[in-house]
Design a protein around this ligand. Structure first.
Ligand SMILES: [Zn+2]
Ligand SMILES: [Zn+2]
Ligand SMILES: [Zn+2]
Length: 318
């Protein structure tokens, strides 16, 4: 059987699994969708390997001589793992929405190792399926040049469309309720939209309706497991999610996502969006003495609006 057919079978099994409310079948749905995506990726590598040697699918590729030309041959039985697929795609300039895929991968890992499997919610699996569906359709269209609808049984295709639409409608409702909060900045809004409930993995977080007019009075809840957070509790959790990639950014010489805010002195100043997600203070901040943009690590309430160097010089003169 072809790798492509295996991929489609795996995804179709996942759809069947999700129809059940049994936690074991739900876990199986998650595994089957993930396996299906990896198989789609492997199918692409097999296509690109041209001859039936499927060299790009193998972990080891060695150069060989054929009719006086150097060709690359797969070696051994081991096939590529996820990380190698990612490396090969990047070097072959094959586009995948890695951010969306990371989300799906995180959920799969959490459900295997962290969340209580017995309490798996079909709605959260639906959200995962919706995310996978978008990756799958996009990849089949742009990388395999096929119409995804034609590859699936029509009944399965209809339920995929339906699952996706139900989740997207729920997500839109949550985002809409967040947008109605008058005090919320665009950056906070985006961070809250991307926030994932640490209890159940749902991205359906909404403000609890009440008469409050200020952030500090507001509470939020997970639509699926009913976990609640005050604004003060939600903000650091959302910031943690926002700065998830910081380790590798800093290793590459970049800035951390958050720095100390020169106005409220909390570590909530967003270094990419130039806004404090806590007090709303807006940057970027330029030194009052020399005019350069103040480096993030030098931002402080006590700097008199100056960069570290000018602050030092000015205070030396006094
Ligand atoms: Zn939840
Ligand atoms: Zn601030
Ligand atoms: Zn300066």
């Amino acid at each position: 059987m072809s790798i492509l057919q295996n991929a489609i079978d795996s995804i179709e099994l996942g759809v069947e699994d999700h129809k059940s409310n049994d936690p074991k079948r739900l876990l199986s749905a998650v595994r089957n969708f993930y396996a299906g995506i990896l198989l789609l990726f492997k199918h692409k590598l097999a296509l690109l390997s041209q001859d039936d040697d499927e060299a790009l699918l193998k972990q080891r590729i060695l150069p060989a001589e054929e009719d006086g030309k150097i060709v690359w041959k797969g070696n051994g039985n081991k096939t590529v793992d996820f990380q190698q697929i990612q490396e090969r795609f990047k070097s072959l300039k094959i586009k995948v929405n890695w951010k969306r895929l990371k989300k799906a991968q995180d959920y799969r890992n959490n459900i295997e190792h962290y969340y209580d499997k017995e309490k798996t919610k079909p709605e959260v699996v639906q959200q995962y399926i919706s995310g996978c569906f978008i990756i799958i359709c996009d990849f089949i269209r742009t990388q395999l040049n096929e119409d995804p609808k034609g590859l699936f049984e029509s009944e399965i295709w209809d339920s995929l469309i339906q699952e996706n639409e139900v989740h997207l409608a729920d997500k839109r409702a949550c985002c809409g309720a967040m947008e109605k909060l008058e005090w919320i900045s665009d950056v906070n809004l985006r961070m809250f939209d991307e926030f994932i409930c640490p209890e159940c993995g749902s991205d359906l977080i909404e403000p609890i309706e009440d008469d409050s007019t200020e952030a500090a009075e507001k509470s939020f809840q997970c639509r699926i497991c009913d976990e609640e957070w005050s604004y003060e509790e939600l903000l650091p959790l959302a910031c943690e999610k926002e700065s998830e990639g910081d380790h590798s950014i800093i290793m590459d010489g970049g800035n951390a996502t958050f720095a100390y805010c020169p106005e409220c002195s909390e570590e909530y100043y967003h270094t990419i969006d130039y806004i404090c997600v806590n007090c709303g203070a807006e940057g970027p901040y330029h030194c009052l003495r020399c005019g350069t943009q103040i480096p993030y690590e030098e931002l402080s309430v006590d700097d008199g609006g100056m960069c570290g160097y000018c602050y030092h010089i000015t205070n030396k003169d006094d």
